[in-house]
Ligand binder design. Structure first.
Ligand code: PMV
Length: 342
C-alpha cells in the first residue's frame, strides 16, 4: 500500500552564531536562534511499505528519487544519500525501501536565503515519519538527526526560539541536539519580526562548510568560542528579562564577529557587499533618530536580517518601503516573523 508523509519545517536565524565544528557535526560553541514562519521547506515522501515490497527490494539497502520543485535533482539526491549512508545506523528502518522525495521552498531559491536548515529538518522529519508511522515523532531524535545533516537544522524543529550546544546556563542543553527555550523567554521576543533584505541572490562565493573548516586554524578561534559562550549565557538572561537593549548589543556584535572571522581567515574573504553596509548604516541612523529598538543580524551571506518587535512594525515597514528597499536587489525583501508556539 502506498503511504505518504508531508512535513514542513521553517528556516531559522541565529542570534548567537554557530561557526566552527568538530567530530560529526558537533558545535564548538552554543548558539541561539529564532525559528521563522514564512520561509519554510515542505517535503513529501511517498513509499510502499507493504511486506512484499520490502522483501522484493531487500537486496538493496534503500533507494529513492529526489525532486526539487518538480524537477529531478541529482545534486540534492547525492547530498541526501551521502548523509543517510554516513549515518546509516540511525536509518535501519529504511532497509529495503524504495521511496520518492519531493521538496519545495516557500522562498525563491535564488533569494540567497540559506535553505539547509529548513530542507534538512523537513527531510529528517519525513524520514522519521516512516519510522514512527501514526505515532508522534520523537523531536529530540529529529533535532539530533537534523544536526547530523546540517548543524543549524537542529534548531529548526522547535518553534519560537531554540538553543543548540552545551552551556552551563541551561541544564538540559546538549551539543547533540537543540532544545526549545520558547517557554523561558519574555513574550516581547515572541512578537519579533525578521525582514530579510535581499542584497544579492547570487550563490555564496565561500560555502558555510568551507567557512566552518577555516575556523580550525583561525588565530581568533579560542577567543571567539569564549565570546560566543558568554553571549549565550548573557542572552538567556536578556531573553528572560525582555531586555531589548541587551538583545540589540548581542545580536549586532555576533553578526559583526561572524563576518570579522571571515575577513581574518586564511584565506581571507568577505561575503558582505556594499549594500550590506549601506543598509546597516541606514538601520543605525533610523534607530538613532527614532529610538525604536530595531537591530540587524547577518547570516553567512550579504543579506541583512532586520529584527524588530511587533509594536514598532508599522513605522518600520514605512522605513523599509521608503529607504531600505532601494538598496535591495530588484527591491526585494521578505517579511518573516518568529513562529508561534505550536
Ligand atoms: O548549519 P550550517 O552548517 O549551514 O552553518 C550555519 C552557520 C550560520 O548560519 C552562519 C550560523 C548559524 O548558527 O546558523
Amino acid at each position: 500500500m502506498e503511504s505518504q508523509i508531508i512535513k514542513r519545517s521553517p528556516s531559522n536565524i541565529a542570534i548567537v552564531k554557530y561557526w566552527g565544528k568538530h567530530g560529526n557535526q558537533l558545535p564548538n560553541n552554543p548558539s541561539i536562534s529564532f525559528t521563522l514562519t514564512n520561509c519554510f521547506t515542505e517535503t513529501k515522501i511517498t513509499y510502499d511499505d507493504s511486506e512484499t515490497q520490502r522483501l522484493r527490494d531487500s537486496e538493496t539497502q534503500f533507494s529513492f528519487d529526489f525532486y526539487f520543485e518538480g524537477k529531478e535533482s541529482q545534486a540534492f539526491k547525492d547530498k541526501i544519500e551521502k548523509f543517510i549512508l554516513k549515518n546509516e545506523q540511525y536509518f535501519t528502518f529504511l532497509k529495503g525501501l524504495h521511496f520518492k522525495i519531493e521538496s519545495y521552498n516557500s522562498f525563491p531559491h535564488s533569494s540567497g536565503i540559506a535553505s539547509s536548515a529548513s530542507s534538512m529538518s523537513a527531510l529528517v522529519m519525513c524520514l522519521l515519519g516512516i519510522k514512527y508511522k501514526d505515532s508522534e515523532i520523537d523531536m529530540q531524535e529529529a533535532s539530533f538527526l537534523s544536526r547530523l545533516a546540517s548543524g543549524s537544522a537542529s534548531r529548526s524543529v522547535y518553534p519560537t526560539m531554540t538553543l543548540w550546544g552545551k552551556t552551563p546556563a541551561l541544564s538540559n542543553s546538549s551539543d547533540e541536539y537543540a532544545v526549545p527555550i520558547g517557554d523561558m523567554i519574555n513574550p516581547i521576543f515572541k512578537s519579533y519580526h525578521d525582514t530579510i533584505l535581499i542584497v544579492s541572490s547570487k550563490e555564496k562565493s565561500v560555502s558555510s562548510r568551507a567557512g566552518h573548516s577555516l575556523m580550525n586554524n583561525h588565530p581568533m578561534a579560542e577567543s571567539r568560542y569564549a565570546t560566543a559562550r558568554k553571549n549565550t549565557e548573557d542572552l538567556l538572561t536578556i531573553l528572560k528579562q525582555g531586555d531589548l537593549e541587551g538583545f540589540i548589543k548581542i545580536a549586532e556584535a555576533e553578526a559583526n564577529q561572524l563576518h570579522d572571522l571571515m575577513a581574518t581567515s586564511t584565506p581571507a574573504y568577505t561575503l558582505k557587499e556594499p549594500n550590506t553596509v549601506n543598509i546597516i548604516n541606514k538601520i543605525l541612523e533610523f534607530r538613532e533618530d527614532t529610538s525604536l529598538p530595531i537591530c540587524y543580524t547577518l547570516d553567512a551571506g550579504p543579506n541583512v536580517h532586520l529584527l524588530y518587535p511587533d509594536f514598532c512594525k508599522d513605522k518600520v515597514h514605512v522605513f523599509i518601503e521608503n529607504v531600505l528597499k532601494d538598496y535591495c536587489h530588484n527591491n526585494k525583501y521578505i517579511n518573516d516573523r518568529v513562529s508561534a508556539d505550536s
